[in-house]
Design a protein around this ligand. Structure first.
Ligand SMILES: [Zn+2]
Length: 399
């Protein structure tokens, strides 16, 4: 079972480590105990042992064969969506891995690290902990697990801070947010502060919708999330299957928009409960078919634009006798995939293309070429060359 902060010490079996320090520790909340240890240098070794035990405890989790709540959530969202999790355990990632070959899934960020996610510092790449970085071939390093201390420093670790940055970028542009099973404990003061900063001022968020899946009363939730919710634009649900996501899977925003803003009623299309993952996935087939037709059109429009971009870069590279910047070397492969109608990998490959890399490389490029390239980038939906934001995001292909 997944431990909670109040039973973690017993479930993970940390009593023997803690008893010599204080025999009352074993009955206390892990968060409080860790905070005490954290403040004293003399406990540094014990802390390290605790961290190792916790890491291996979580790393050994294996997702059950039947569909889990993680499968439902992943399958019900699209690749424009983001799941941000505080969980260290590998269940979400394991659910991701077993579904990613069937369907386009949302992006994942790990705000407190994760036992099954590895990271390459040199290439700012995250992926499966057991795999190698596709850029340099080195084995990915484990991501740090952020522990429950009152003053978390999210800026200290490069991976963690980039994950937060991604969440903030998504939040700034988000219209619907679902908060699921996050109780915003007081030790997460920093986390709440950062979320609030990204969400911005309530008066600028009059139209956005927040839903909270939690067993707390509405009163408690309103109080807990008062900095985030604008008047009546929020709802609480007792479980996932009552949420907008589950009632309108993969079309959540579209269904909300047409009902609330266009006053067009749309009947619910609830995700079915099933104990068979294949049956569950098959249920999504019609929705995915429509997405595929849309993608086919989008990528077919994109293809000539990419070809033009690559030709300009190739010509220029020949001129200055330099090799094509790393992130642009993928373009022929992307074009091949579009022609072969293999769209699944494309969004992540397109994210590899980094306009900034071209900026420094193409300094001597002529004005007209630069203008053409800037236009191509905006057609591709990239921020313009001046926008530095994009470099903060960590690239990842499959986890
Ligand atoms: Zn690397």
């Amino acid at each position: 079972m997944l431990p909670l902060m109040n039973n973690l010490i017993q479930i993970v079996g940390l009593q023997d480590l803690l008893d010599p320090i204080d025999s009352s520790f074993k009955d206390r909340n892990f968060e409080e105990v860790y905070d005490i240890l954290y403040k004293k240098q003399e406990y540094a070794d014990i802390r390290q042992e605790i961290e190792q035990s916790v890491y291996s405890y979580f790393a050994n989790f294996l997702i059950p064969k039947d569909p889990t709540i993680y499968d439902y959530i992943l399958l019900s969202l699209r690749d424009k969506d983001l799941i941000a999790t505080f969980n260290w355990d590998p269940l979400l990632v394991q659910a991701y891995r077993r579904n990613v070959n069937y369907i386009d899934l949302p992006h994942l960020v790990f705000l407190h690290g994760n036992v099954t996610v590895g990271y390459c510092k040199d290439d700012r790449f995250k992926g499966n902990i057991f795999s190698a970085c596709p850029h340099c071939g080195k084995k990915l390093a484990p991501t740090p697990l952020l522990y429950p201390i009152t003053e978390k420093n999210y800026a200290e670790d490069e991976f963690i801070s980039a994950e937060w940055k991604t969440l903030q970028n998504y939040l700034e542009n988000a219209f619907m947010i679902t908060i699921f099973g996050y109780s915003a404990p007081s030790s997460d003061y920093e986390a709440k502060k950062m979320l609030k900063k990204a969400w911005g001022d309530l008066k600028d968020r009059k139209m956005e919708e927040i839903e909270i899946i939690d067993i707390k009363t509405e009163e408690e939730l309103r109080n807990l999330w008062k900095d985030f919710i604008f008047s009546h634009h929020w709802k609480s649900h007792l479980n996932f299957f009552e949420s907008w996501i589950a009632r309108h899977p993969r079309r959540t925003y579209e269904a909300y928009f047409s009902q609330v803003f266009e006053a067009k009623f749309i009947p619910d299309n609830p995700v079915p409960k099933s104990n068979d993952l294949d049956i569950l996935r098959n249920w999504f087939a019609d929705l995915i078919q429509v997405e595929l037709i849309h993608k086919e059109k989008m990528f077919n429009d994109l293809s000539p634009v990419l070809i033009e971009l690559y030709e300009i870069i190739e010509d220029y590279a020949k001129n200055i006798k330099a090799s094509i910047p790393k992130s642009f070397q993928q373009i022929p492969h992307i074009i091949d995939l579009i022609q072969a109608k293999k769209y699944r990998e494309l969004p992540s490959l397109l994210r590899f293309i980094n306009p900034l890399e071209l900026e420094s490389w193409g300094n001597q490029m002529g004005i007209s070429e630069k203008q053409r390239i800037t236009k191509i980038f905006s057609d591709l939906g990239f921020p313009d060359l001046e926008d530095k934001n994009d470099k903060d995001n960590i690239k990842s292909t499959r986890l």
